[in-house]
Design a protein around this ligand. Structure first.
Ligand SMILES: *Cc1c(COP(=O)(O)O)cnc(C)c1O
Length: 379
């Protein structure tokens, strides 16, 4: 046997084309490294739509008092208690839920469960990129339908369906544009798909929406057995670091998807914290109040600066800059403000700003004003 490494060509021969051609996502560096690179003494991450209030108090208590002796024990392999609680909350059977290591993981559960060689998925061209990435690095085609006026285009998506389409992904509300489909529009779309494909509705930001016509995917599952709904504890519930999210669907569909789950991917602390987070009565209203108020304030400030922006539902706003987004990013980083460049979302020269606490938003607006004015003095 030959030792591993050294012979590059023999490894190369093992790599499928769809892996060789895939450009991996480069995660941001840790805070200490970024601060050193940018020369700032504090860092405010407004790039990941995290909850500035952190986790609900009820979840904090569970985390702080977690018996460390239990860390040597494997977690429930199927998030038993959490699924039982979700079943009561949403009026579905516990087996209609699958919990994953963040909603990111359940995306790959679905694609693995339904796609085989030659199949495709359909989604928007300017949305959460993980649907497209998982399809591509798994060897499937992602058909990307251009957004229409910053929103998913229902007609465009229906027109792209072919005999090999297995899954349609709708992000509702959409990250990064904040647009959403009303219940009427979603129903019409589901009626026209007519059960021929799986329709995933990613509701990562649904808890931030306060529009009367916004659909609750959970309530549509009984009517549409091809509907799969994603939710996460990373955004509203402030548990992004613990990595926990889930999907829900008809029993028959979830029975299929379950075959692709990796057991024990969801840690015990995340399961307990998520369970507690659901019971906190104050967290969701407090977050919604903060986000609503600060989003309005940010938009007013952007109007004052003459910067075009798109603010819909969700805890983020997209801003169009008169300069290159990567350059603006670097300049803002010197002031400790980290935004999300939108070139990767196919919105060149736009940035996405996550809504945070009032003092952070003020610092962000001041920094943006200075950067746009061409004043790159660090501070
Ligand atoms: C953040 C996000 C998710 C996934 O979050 P996890 O942290 O993996 O649970 C899924 N979909 C959208 C649209 C998101 O913005």
């Amino acid at each position: 046997m030959k030792a591993a490494g050294g012979n590059k060509t023999s490894i190369d021969r093992l790599v499928p084309d769809h892996i060789r051609n895939f450009t991996p996502y480069i995660p941001s560096k840790p805070d200490d490294v970024l601060m050193k690179m940018s020369g700032c003494s504090r860092l405010f991450r407004l790039n990941n739509n995290e909850n500035p209030l952190g986790p609900p108090a009820a979840a904090r208590r569970v985390i702080e008092s977690y018996p460390t002796g239990r860390l040597s024990i494997y977690p429930s392999g199927d998030a038993y208690h959490l699924r039982a609680r979700l079943s009561v909350l949403f009026g579905l059977h516990p087996d209609q839920f699958l919990v994953g290591n963040g909603a990111n993981e359940v995306i790959s559960f679905v694609i693995k469960a339904f796609c085989q060689e030659g199949d495709n998925i359909i989604t928007g061209d300017k949305t959460f990129a993980v649907y497209e990435w998982v399809a591509m690095f798994s060897g499937f085609t992602a058909k990307l339908v251009p957004l229409k006026e910053f929103a998913f285009d229902d007609e465009g998506m229906l027109a792209e369906i072919d005999g090999r389409t297995k899954v349609l992904f709708l992000c509702n509300p959409n990250n990064p544009t904040g647009s959403y489909w009303s219940e009427q529009k979603l129903r019409r779309f589901l009626d026209r798909v007519a059960g021929r494909q799986i329709v995933v509705v990613d509701e990562a930001y649904c808890e931030f929406v306060d529009k009367g016509d916004f659909p609750d995917g959970m309530r549509l599952i009984a009517e549409y057995p091809n509907l799969v709904v994603f939710r996460t504890f990373s955004k509203m519930y402030g548990l992004a670091g613990l990595r926990i999210g889930y999907l829900a669907g008809a029993l028959e569909v979830v029975d299929v998807i379950r075959r692709t789950c990796v057991v024990y991917s969801v840690n015990a602390l995340a399961q307990e914290a998520a369970l507690a987070a659901l019971e906190d009565p104050d967290h969701v209203p407090a977050t919604r109040e903060l986000i609503g108020r600060e989003k309005t304030r940010l938009c007013r400030a952007l109007d004052g600066l003459g910067l075009p922006h798109v603010a819909g539902e969700g805890n983020f706003v997209m801003v169009r800059l008169p300069i290159n987004d990567a350059l603006a990013y670097r300049k803002m980083m010197t002031h400790g403000i980290m935004v999300r460049c939108m070139a990767g979302f196919r919105f060149p020269n736009w940035v996405r700003i996550s809504i945070s606490l009032p003092e952070v938003m003020e610092r962000c607006v001041d920094t943006l004003a200075a950067v746009v004015a061409g004043d790159s003095a660090t501070g």
